[in-house]
Design a protein around this ligand. Structure first.
Ligand SMILES: NC(=O)c1ccc[n+]([C@@H]2O[C@H](COP(=O)([O-])OP(=O)(O)OC[C@H]3O[C@@H](n4cnc5c(N)ncnc54)[C@H](O)[C@@H]3O)[C@@H](O)[C@H]2O)c1
Length: 337
């Protein structure tokens, strides 16, 4: 099997999950790391035995040895970096969110098509065992027609979280707050596990860190599905801890609920509860344990020349949803997708 040569751009918090996952794969070697802060690239290179260090990603992209680029940079850089890497003939695995605007996400998808390379987006929670179990139950059809669902993310982000990465907390660089950064995974799961959303009504607020951030730290959303399903979503960074994510899906014959890694299925008054904690978490447990599995699957898809399950067509939906939510909150009206 081919040995894939990989590079990471952005050596901050999440890059460690990527580097650990790559180190666990026999057919993949990280040969280069890049960060505009040289010390960060040097630290990552030292810790994970990476030979080449760059501070300019464009220069790194000119290295013909590199087959795959993992983008772990601030949100506002994702689109341009992904497009540039695809144009240089690299496969790209980009951290969430795919892009800040629907227009940019479409440009990324077009660059992927033109290049003939693969573009994947890091929605690793889709690979969590609890999520797979929920999807299997819903796809089996035994719970009957979907009526509605709710998702809840109640986490904590302190001022230090923002001061250590100044791009966080700003509309221009983060593109939003709790919704686009922390809760995007659960929002993605909510729509992926239920139904296409046709309209959105939302409110956002900055309740806790008004002097620190300009983006929202709290959001509530009502989404209506194509058959009138009601999807409710609540997200905040104002809680005192990172509580387990909650996702409940209600159907005609019963419901399925995930709290963290535990899935409860209620059908005709009978309840079954299963804990899917695997203990294989690479980073912080509330990020989910899926980075390793997603990255392994991404390389498998490159190797086999098959589509990746969280490709541009899948990830663009969350960019469209976020755009509608922010529009609705700003304009105080219902927005149609
Ligand atoms: N999938 C997840 O669960 C998850 C969790 C955390 C973060 N993330 C995502 O990962 C990305 C990075 O987040 P983070 O928390 O690691 O941020 P961070 O601020 O810790 O790291 C970003 C790094 O990018 C570097 N950088 C900035 N501009 C650059 C440039 N032009 N060229 C090269 N490097 C540059 C910074 O110096 C910094 O080291 C974001 O998209 C974030 O949403 C995903």
């Amino acid at each position: 099997m081919k040995e894939w040569k990989t590079a990471i751009v952005g050596c901050g918090l999440i890059s460690k999950n990527h580097l650990k996952a790559i180190n666990n794969l026999e057919t993949v070697t990280c040969i280069a790391v890049c960060d505009i802060e040289k010390e960060k690239a040097e630290a990552a290179a030292k810790m994970y035995g990476v030979k080449q260090i760059y501070t300019d990603y464009q220069e790194m992209l000119r290295n013909p040895e590199i087959d795959v680029v993992h983008i772990c940079t601030p949100h506002y850089l994702h689109a341009q970096m992904a497009i540039d890497a695809l144009h240089c003939g690299k496969n790209v695995l980009c951290e969430k969110p795919m892009a800040l605007t629907v227009e940019d996400a479409k440009k990324m998808a077009a660059a992927e098509k033109d290049s003939g390379k693969l573009l994947g987006i890091c929605f690793q929670n889709r690979y969590n065992e609890a999520v797979s179990a929920m999807r299997k139950i819903l796809q089996s059809g035994t719970l009957g027609k979907l009526l509605g669902a709710r998702g809840q993310v109640t986490w904590n982000r302190n001022p230090e979280y923002y001061s250590s990465s100044p791009w966080k907390g700003c509309w221009a660089t983060e593109g939003g707050g709790v919704l686009i950064n922390q809760a995007i995974h659960t929002l993605d799961l909510l729509q992926w596990l239920t139904c296409p959303v046709v309209s959105v009504e939302a409110g956002i607020a900055t309740r806790r860190l008004k002097d620190v951030i300009e983006v929202e730290d709290t959001a509530d959303v009502l989404m209506i599905g194509e058959h009138g399903e009601r999807l409710l979503f609540y997200a905040t960074n104002c809680y005192v801890k990172n509580a387990p994510v909650e996702l409940e899906i209600v159907c005609e014959n019963g419901s399925v609920k995930m709290t963290g890694n535990t899935v409860s299925v209620e059908k005709k008054g009978k309840m079954t509860v299963t804990d899917y904690s695997s203990g294989t978490t690479l980073g912080k447990d509330y990020w989910g344990s899926g980075h390793g599995v997603l990255i392994q699957d991404f390389y498998h898809c490159i190797q086999e020349k098959i589509p990746f399950s969280v490709g541009s067509a899948e990830a663009i939906v969350s960019v469209q949803l976020l755009h509608a939510i922010y529009c609705s909150a700003r304009e105080g009206k219902m927005v149609y997708l």
